[in-house]
Design a protein around this ligand. Structure first.
Ligand SMILES: Nc1ncnc2c1ncn2[C@@H]1O[C@H](COP(=O)(O)OP(=O)(O)OP(=O)(O)O)[C@@H](O)[C@H]1O
Ligand SMILES: [Mg+2]
Length: 158
């Protein structure tokens, strides 16, 4: 069974806050696929995950190195950006990070389909006018269903 939830983040801070909420449900081996156009906010969402996991290192887009690892006491975060793998050989050992001891967030997962497991959390970002983003969460991981009942847009000053 799939569960789906769509929320509207009105600004970057609300997107980051949603990611902080999601980070509290992350566990080793969880794969989060982030989809959406260039500039939709995928990397921004990963910044929020890192913040929620208490990672102090600055999260940068890993486009030019494909994988960035953030080792951390709470939970390691592996950030993959497969954008540059569209037309290349994908046999570069990403499975260690995808089925690993941390949470793995993947931008442009469609370019590394062969690595994507069957149970994932998908987060689709869509740009709307005025810096708003429609964010759709979908999962077939039953233990994440509770998260779907609890995610909310919190006002910026809450
Ligand atoms: N509500 C919002 N949520 C997320 N980002 C927002 C929002 N409003 C504005 N932004 C801006 O949109 C940009 C999103 O860039 P980001 O690098 O996160 O996109 P991306 O989806 O990772 O793109 P790419 O496919 O190029 O990696 C940032 O500059 C961010 O400040
Ligand atoms: Mg990005």
């Amino acid at each position: 069974m799939n569960k789906t939830l769509t929320l509207i983040a009105n600004n970057e801070q609300q997107t980051i806050d949603l990611a902080i909420q999601v980070s509290k449900y992350c566990y080793p081996g969880l794969v989060i696929c982030l989809t959406g156009d260039l500039g939709a906010g995928k990397t921004t969402f990963v910044k929020g995950l890192a913040k929620g996991l208490d990672i102090k290192e600055k999260v940068l887009s890993p486009t030019f190195n494909i994988l960035k690892c953030y080792f951390n006491k709470t939970l390691n975060l592996y950030h993959i950006d497969a954008y540059r793998l569209e037309d290349t050989n994908k046999d570069i050992g990403l499975e260690e990070y995808i089925d690993g001891d941390g949470v793995c967030a993947i931008e442009w997962p469609q370019y590394i389909e062969e690595y994507i497991p069957s149970h994932i959390l998908t987060i689709e970002l869509l740009s709307l006018p005025n810096n708003s983003r429609q964010i759709t969460f979908t999962t077939n991981i039953e233990k994440l269903f509770i998260m779907f009942d609890n995610l909310t847009i919190r006002k910026d000053d809450d």
